[in-house]
Design a protein around this ligand. Structure first.
Ligand SMILES: Cc1cc2nc3c(=O)[nH]c(=O)nc-3n(C[C@H](O)[C@H](O)[C@H](O)COP(=O)(O)O)c2cc1C
Length: 378
């Protein structure tokens, strides 16, 4: 029975070849940061306030003038097409169907325009990596604007890729040349292998403006030139000249950076450590959140991601001042298990758990959640 988020992880593990599961599940170096994300959330407890009328429960929030049915969204995950053909579109559609936003990754495998067209009733944000050749970012921003994406999210914690040892051990690198171990892996996961054989290997179709598919070598070279290490806060002026809508910075942890983001006119920040995939020594996001919330003083919304596996985890972050939470791997596990329907089940589970937790806390609205509801043991 699929009762909890971790059930989806277990099922995804059996459905996916090992190297794909590990690509999603893995993190940097000793994988301690990813563990901290989850364990620090668990170490916080929720204190209910009793005998409150919760008959009119409202879990919705407003962000940049649009309403989310529940206070969470899907964070950008690159290479979702490796998990399932057209995974980006399935994620976008699932998010739209329950009324929450979806953030499309720079190294996504469905085209910016196609993802938008597949879920016009929903809200999509565009995540941006700025690579050595800045014209790549420029064309992506232009296209996202034209297609109707409603916010731009600049990721700032991936100046170099973290050392993900599982990928190295599995020989998973681009361009992909499977070794014997991987061939056995593929043979023992025929459903996945067949679906990939039928759809063609996923490419990073958004790095080039035209629909013509760049060769795997060209794509690998483009990605290898990640990232533009000369990017600074000043570069936000350049992005501003390309994008008038809400601009967010994702991947900051330091309250000083949050203050700096404000001084550069950023419209929101996402407290993130990239799900533990970059700096393994980074603190958990839930432990970094309160100082960022204090620094921002309510001037822009603060979002957070990393390690959220229960609705109650989401509620803890909201009580500590996050406007909303983003989830990554759980949505991908849902995708691996049953495509859009699997993602839908995961999102429903989160939404139901959030509603139940808020009711048990005696809070009818998200704005009723306060630090007083959190007992800090971390
Ligand atoms: C497989 C995978 C790929 C990711 N790709 C991106 C990406 O392209 N851009 C980005 O900003 N973050 C990326 N992230 C980080 C997520 O946006 C997010 O910060 C993280 O997954 C949140 O933690 P969670 O997976 O524990 O929910 C990726 C994460 C995973 C697991």
């Amino acid at each position: 029975m699929m009762l909890r988020i971790s059930d989806f992880r277990t099922r995804a593990r059996s459905r996916l070849p090992r190297f794909v599961f590990d690509y999603v599940d893995g993190a940097a170096e000793d994988e301690e940061c990813i563990v901290r994300n989850e364990s620090d959330l668990r170490a916080l407890h929720l204190l209910p306030t009793c005998l409150r009328d919760t008959t009119q429960l409202d879990t919705s929030i407003e962000v940049f003038g649009s309403r989310w049915s529940s206070p969470f969204g899907i964070t950008p995950v690159g290479f979702a097409g490796l998990v399932r053909p057209h995974g980006d579109m399935e994620l976008a559609r699932a998010a739209a169907s329950i009324g929450i936003p979806f953030v499309l990754s720079t190294p996504s495998n469905d085209r910016i325009e196609a993802v938008r067209a597949s879920a016009m009733n929903g809200s999509q944000w565009m995540q941006l990596y700025v690579m050595g050749d800045r014209s790549i970012a420029e064309q992506m921003v232009r296209r996202a604007k034209r297609a109707g994406y409603s916010a731009l999210v600049l990721t700032v914690d991936a100046t170099v890729s973290g050392m993900r040892e599982r990928d190295v051990r599995n020989g998973f690198k681009l361009p992909f040349r499977p070794g014997l171990k991987t061939l056995v892996d593929l043979a023992t996961h025929p459903a996945w292998s067949l679906s990939m054989a039928m759809s063609g290997s996923p490419g990073f179709v958004n790095l080039t403006e035209t629909e013509a598919k760049a060769s795997p070598q060209v794509q690998a070279a483009l990605l290898a030139r990640t990232m533009d290490k000369s990017l600074t806060w000043e570069s936000l002026r350049w992005l501003r000249s390309l994008w008038e809508g809400p601009l967010l910075v994702k991947g900051l942890l330091h309250p000083q950076d949050a203050k700096r983001a404000l001084s550069y006119g950023v419209d929101g920040v996402v407290v993130s450590n990239h799900g533990g995939r970059q700096l393994d020594a980074a603190p958990s996001t839930i432990s970094a959140l309160p100082a960022v919330v204090d620094a921002v003083e309510g001037r822009v919304p603060v979002f957070v991601d990393g390690g959220f596996r229960r609705g109650s985890d989401v509620v803890k972050a909201l009580a500590l001042g996050a406007r909303g939470v983003f989830i990554g791997r759980p949505a991908i596990w849902g995708l691996a298990v049953n495509g859009q329907a699997g993602v839908n089940s995961v999102l429903r589970l989160f939404a139901d758990e959030i509603a139940r937790t808020m009711t048990l806390l005696g809070t009818s609205r998200v704005s009723d959640l306060q630090p007083l509801h959190v007992q800090k043991n971390v």
